[in-house]
Each structure stands twice: as structure tokens, then as C-alpha cells.
Design a protein around this ligand. Structure first.
Ligand code: GAZ
Length: 264
């Protein structure tokens, strides 16, 4: 068995990217082995036994066989065991960063429900729901660091948690023409989001990779499920996303075939 911990993961999964970002921030990218799981295939029984039947990834396996699940739990564990802590040292500031992290679940759900929505009549409703969450985060950042860029003085744990979602939400820019409206209700979160997206520790995925891989989500099929009439998932590793054409943007009108997506 490897002497380093192993993360079993899906390469394009946002929950796994937050771990990669934290390790990169700490200069500890080599401290962990990453083992790729293909969610379009039946799960390896050996891994299922280790997780006692659950399939959600990432999963951390320590060299002695102990298992940890849940990306936020693994993130905090990594922050404690490798290198200097990224978390705020001051207990109150740490609580503030945890308050922001607590907003990530509803934010993620709103973005994914929006991209998966298939009813054009309800488009504005999903758009407004996500904008309300952006305004809430804007207010939080204005309250705690009105003149800064990040929540505190540098890219920290909250940024590692949110950045992978900002990147996944590129699927909304592409398939829903989503854009933060102009104005002060969004200016602070706009600045935060832009700084998160361009941080050097967070460059594991690209706009093109997200847009192509998440096409099936835009048709309402999540987590490697197959859309109607298709035999290959847009998450397939082969052919490589770089060699596939851009999917059609009009998700409400057009459903591209395996061939049109360059998947066969
Ligand atoms: N809470 C877990 C964590 O580690 O933080 C969530 C992990 C997770 O959902 N992993 C997914 C998985 O392993 C891949 S990434 N699925 C394969 C399986 O067999 O379970 C999922 C959502 C969602 C938004 C995003 C994702 C996603 O809802 O990207 O719901 C399930 C999955 C808004």
C-alpha cells in the first residue's frame, strides 16, 4: 500500500478540486496520491467495501486503511496535518470564515438546479434565486471586509470551498447566459469571484473543460446519468474534451447526439 494518503476522486468534481486547491496553496500537492474513479462504470467492489457502501466521492484513504468522507471534513483534516494552516488562526475570524462556508450548500444547489432546469418558463425564477444568494454573499463580504478582495487578506479556506463552484457555474454563463448585474449589490462579490477564479492555486480546470463535460447537466441529467437518446456520457474520459466540438448553447431547443458532441 502507498505510504501517502490516497484521495479516490472524479477529476472534474468540484468537491475534489477544493482539496487540490488547498494542497496547492500549502505547497503540499505531492503529499497525497489521487486515484481516479470512473463514475460512468460500476463501482469497484473493493472501494465500496472500504466506504461501507456509499458511492459519493471524494474519499480519503490513509496508509493504514482508515477512511474519511465529505470534502469539507477532508479539507479541514488536510489543513491540520500538512504544512502551515490556511484557516484563520483567530477563533472569531475562523468562525466568520465558517459562516461563509455554511452558505456554500444552498449556493451550489441553486446553480445546479438552474443549469438542470428544462422549463424555459421557469428560467427567470432560477436566475433570481441564484442572484439572491449572490446578493447575500455580497452583503457578507461588505460587512466583514468592505475594502478588501478576499474574505480576509488572502485566498483562504472559504475561497478554496467556493472557487470550484464558481468554476462549475461557467456552465450557467454558457448555457443560460448568466451574468451578475451591474451595481453595488454585486460589486463586492464580483470582485471576490474574479480574484478566486484567477488565483494560481485554483487552475485545475478550464472554462472549455467545464462547458463540454457538463453538457448532460444542461439537459437535466446529473452525476454521469445518460440523457435520452444518448449512449455516451459527456463526462466520458474518451475522447478527450479537447478534441470534441463545443456543445450547442440553446439547451431548451437542441439536444445534441453522441456524434454531434464528438463522443463517438
Ligand atoms: N457532500 C459530499 C462532499 O464530499 O462534499 C458530496 C460529494 C458528491 O456529491 N460527489 C459526487 C459523487 O461522487 C460527484 S460531484 N457522485 C457519484 C456517486 O456515485 O455518488 C452533486 C449534487 C449537486 C451538485 C453537484 C454535485 C456534484 O446538487 O458535482 O447533488 C448530488 C457531484 C446540488
Amino acid at each position: 500500500m502507498s505510504q501517502r494518503p490516497t484521495i479516490h476522486h472524479i477529476p472534474v468534481c468540484p468537491f475534489s478540486q477544493r482539496l487540490e486547491i488547498l494542497l496547492a496553496l500549502k505547497g503540499q500537492s505531492g503529499a497525497v496520491d489521487f486515484s481516479v474513479v470512473d463514475i460512468t462504470k460500476p463501482r469497484d467492489p473493493a472501494l465500496l467495501a472500504k466506504t461501507r457502501g456509499t458511492t459519493a466521492l471524494p474519499v480519503l484513504e490513509l496508509p493504514d486503511g482508515r477512511i474519511l468522507k465529505e470534502s469539507l471534513v477532508i479539507l479541514r483534516f488536510f489543513d491540520e496535518v500538512f504544512g502551515d494552516p490556511v484557516r484563520r488562526a483567530d477563533p472569531f475570524e475562523h468562525a466568520i470564515e465558517n459562516m461563509l462556508i455554511a452558505k456554500e450548500g444552498p449556493f451550489t444547489a441553486a446553480g445546479y438546479l438552474f443549469v438542470m432546469n428544462q422549463d424555459r418558463q421557469r428560467r427567470d425564477e432560477f436566475n433570481e434565486r441564484l442572484l439572491a444568494l449572490y446578493r447575500d454573499i455580497n452583503g457578507f463580504l461588505v460587512e466583514h471586509n468592505p475594502d478588501g478582495t478576499y474574505l480576509f487578506d488572502r485566498f483562504g479556506v472559504a475561497e478554496a470551498v467556493f472557487t470550484p463552484m464558481f468554476m462549475r457555474f461557467w456552465f450557467l454563463d454558457y448555457y443560460e447566459e448568466f451574468d451578475l448585474p451591474a451595481g453595488e449589490d454585486y460589486d463586492r462579490v464580483r470582485e471576490w469571484k474574479a480574484a478566486c477564479l484567477e488565483h494560481e492555486a485554483a487552475q485545475q480546470v478550464s472554462f472549455e473543460e467545464i462547458v463540454k463535460n457538463y453538457y448532460d447537466y444542461a439537459l437535466g441529467s446529473g452525476n454521469g446519468a445518460l440523457a435520452e437518446g444518448r449512449s455516451v456520457s459527456s463526462f466520458n474520459f474518451e475522447p478527450d474534451w479537447r478534441n470534441r466540438p463545443w456543445p450547442p448553447r440553446d439547451k431548451y431547443e437542441t439536444h445534441a447526439s453522441d456524434a454531434e458532441l464528438g463522443l463517438v
